[in-house]
Design a protein around this ligand. Structure first.
Ligand code: NAD
Length: 332
């Protein structure tokens, strides 16, 4: 017994929330999310059904998003949700942790802080949609929403087009300073405007709110705009009027989520949009869909947020953490 080699103890890698900022940039998140959307459209990566529940405590929405990517072997889940009272306590409203499993054995492989990753992967999703769908010469970025995610959204969008200015609207005007400060950080002028002006002027609009009523109305959007609806990730939420999706060319990360918990849920339920008219952004990335066909076309990206996005960025975070020597390993 004494001469038997000791089996090395099973270990789990921990990448703490505080390390993520030093590991994952907006560019890294963009590449991971773009590759994931492409793999989803090739049917080599798929998401499992989402669980999301109002738990009847602290007004919280809690749930799981999970999936498996046969190309990268990313397997696991993101658990967490939305606690609206957190900000008052100095905490982020979104709380999440990613758990990765070894695809060959089912053993738990890593625990990764998911808060910053969520913001980065969500911003990466709308940035991917802007890359493939926005007018090439887009100059004005319109922001609806000024919460935690909005700054990440603006930064990621600014990498995709040569925007000359940012305009914004928020339900709580006192929060608009976040947009002004982020635009200043990017060297862009910012102006707070009415929704009429935003809809008429912006070439690209990102909506990232927790609204349950349409904010942007069909009549307010007049040009060949690209709209990334990023806030609607739950049944009942809505950011834009269903008529916008009725006349737009509609894309999404995943059709099943789009029609159930995404922005398209309302247009589909009211018969304004057939499910068959919603295309995966991955099909554009893979060259199977032409994407935007003219400057006057209205395009919508319904970014519902899929578990595979979380797994993709967490997977990369673990690899980089190991390379940089900041991954903590514990016996498990
Ligand atoms: P936050 O709490 O920091 O900000 C909330 C935003 O919504 C603010 O702009 C606020 O003014 C606005 N808002 C609140 N109530 C409103 C109302 N009744 N009408 C219109 N606007 C209202 O939240 P956040 O972290 O910035 O997240 C914003 C939204 O994005 C949330 O709904 C969240 O669930 C969603 N989200 C989606 C994804 C995805 O992948 N699609 C990922 C993360 C977050």
């Amino acid at each position: 017994m004494g001469d038997k080699p000791m089996a090395s103890p099973d270990t789990v890698i921990i990448v703490p929330e505080a390390e993520i900022a030093g590991l994952i940039t907006a560019e890294i998140a963009f590449d991971a999310v773009e590759a994931t959307f492409a793999a989803m459209s090739r049917r080599s990566a798929y998401n499992f059904p989402v669980i999301r529940e109002a738990i009847g405590h602290a007004e919280a929405l809690y749930g799981f998003k999970s999936g498996f990517d046969r190309e990268s072997l990313a397997l696991g889940l993101k658990s967490g949700g939305y606690w609206p009272g957190n900000e008052a306590k100095g905490l982020t409203n979104h709380q999440s942790t990613v758990i990765l499993f070894d695809a060959d054995s089912g053993r738990v492989k890593a625990l990764v802080g998911g808060n910053l990753l969520t913001a980065l992967r969500t911003a990466a999703a709308s940035a991917v949609s802007i890359k493939y769908l926005a007018p090439k010469d887009a100059k004005v970025l319109g922001m609806i929403g000024a919460g935690h995610q909005s700054a990440f959204q603006m930064r990621a969008a600014a990498q995709q087009r040569s925007f000359e200015r940012v305009i914004g609207w928020n339900y709580h005007p006192e929060m608009l300073s976040r947009l002004a400060n982020t635009a200043a950080e990017l060297g862009l002028p910012f102006e707070s405007v009415s929704l009429n002006e935003l809809g008429q002027t912006a070439d690209v609009i990102i909506s990232i709110t927790s609204s349950f009523e349409p904010i942007l109305l069909d009549r307010q959007v007049t040009g060949g705009t690209h709209i990334a609806c990023m806030g609607t990730d739950t049944k009942g939420k809505q950011e834009v009027e269903a008529g916008i999706l009725e006349r737009a060319t509609v894309f999404t990360d995943e059709v099943a989520q789009s029609i159930s918990i995404g922005e398209a849920q309302h247009a589909v339920a009211s018969g304004k949009l057939a499910e068959s008219r919603i295309s995966e952004i991955g099909s554009v990335i893979n060259g199977d869909h032409a994407g935007r066909q003219s400057d006057s076309e209205l395009t919508v990206f319904d970014g519902t947020g899929v578990g595979l996005q979380d797994l993709a960025v967490a997977h990369v975070a673990v690899d980089i953490a190991k390379q940089k020597g900041v991954a903590q390993e514990i016996s498990f």
